[in-house]
Write a new protein. Structure first.
Length: 260
């Protein structure tokens, strides 16, 4: 079974799913972190009460994958962790910044499986008449994965429609919610997250999971959504305002690490 961390008896953190979920409302209220932030949090939790140096975080989270990032990227990941913990219901700040050293997690942490912390719901039995039983419809099994995939497809389609609408009705180059995030080889990157270095890191991680060619001139629009289980990338063959521009969307699921 998947290993989870119980933080201060309030939040369950799943490193495999990159998620923070309030124990009291399980499984609702889930907050999703991006992979680098989740890996930083797991490293802090496994060294709870001990200083974790920036050097160790860089080595374990980025450098082992061949990525080189700045200190600003690390601090953005820590900020994402703090924001995610607060959104999931943890009011106190359990991560202490150690100037010029690193960080330290000060929390009560338990490690186990979900079943160790979440009790199964007790079914309520009721006496029913044969007539009432015959009228009740059979309960259909939930299909969360299919619903999640359908939601991801809808998000992607809405983004493409929004871009096309913007192209038709605006003279500006890109929608206001995308920010320039620099050049990756020959790809011009725009992101919904204002941190250029963090966006470039996410984009390079996605390139390792799906063959995105930057040898040709490409325009990439990256949506980094901390509340969804994944990211969406829209690749265009020219500037968005160019008439006849062709775009395609790629959905990356953080849950199963696959591109759709």
């Amino acid at each position: 079974m998947k290993t989870v961390y119980l933080i201060n008896e309030i939040i369950l953190f799943s490193p495999e799913e990159c998620s923070l979920t309030p124990k009291s409302g399980w499984p609702s209220g889930r907050v999703t972190l991006h992979a680098p932030a989740a890996e930083c949090l797991q490293l802090l939790l496994t060294h709870v009460g001990q200083p974790v140096t920036q050097k160790l975080l860089f080595a374990q989270v980025w450098e082992k994958k061949g990525a080189v990032v700045s200190t600003n990227t690390l601090y953005q990941s820590i900020a994402s962790i703090r924001k995610g913990l607060k959104m999931a219901g943890l009011e106190e700040d359990i991560i202490r910044t150690l100037p010029k050293q690193g960080f330290q997690c000060n929390a009560r942490v338990q490690v186990g499986n979900v079943s160790d912390f979440i009790l199964p719901a007790t079914p309520i039995t009721q006496k029913s008449s044969p007539v009432a039983a015959s009228l009740s419809a059979p309960e259909k099994p939930t299909r969360n994965r299919k619903y999640s995939l359908a939601a991801s497809v809808m998000v992607s389609l809405l983004m493409v429609c929004a871009l096309l609408y913007w192209q038709k009705n605006s003279d500006t180059e890109i929608p206001a919610y995308y920010y320039p995030a620099g050049m990756i080889e020959h790809c011009s990157l725009y992101s919904s997250w204002s941190g250029a270095e963090y966006s470039q890191t996410v984009f390079n991680e996605l390139r390792q999971r799906y063959p995105i060619r930057c040898a040709d001139r490409q325009f990439a629009y990256l949506t980094i959504n901390h509340l969804q289980t994944g990211s969406t990338l829209i690749l265009c063959n020219d500037e968005f305002r160019t008439k006849g521009v062709q775009c395609r969307s790629i959905m990356f699921s953080d849950e199963n690490h696959e591109a759709k």
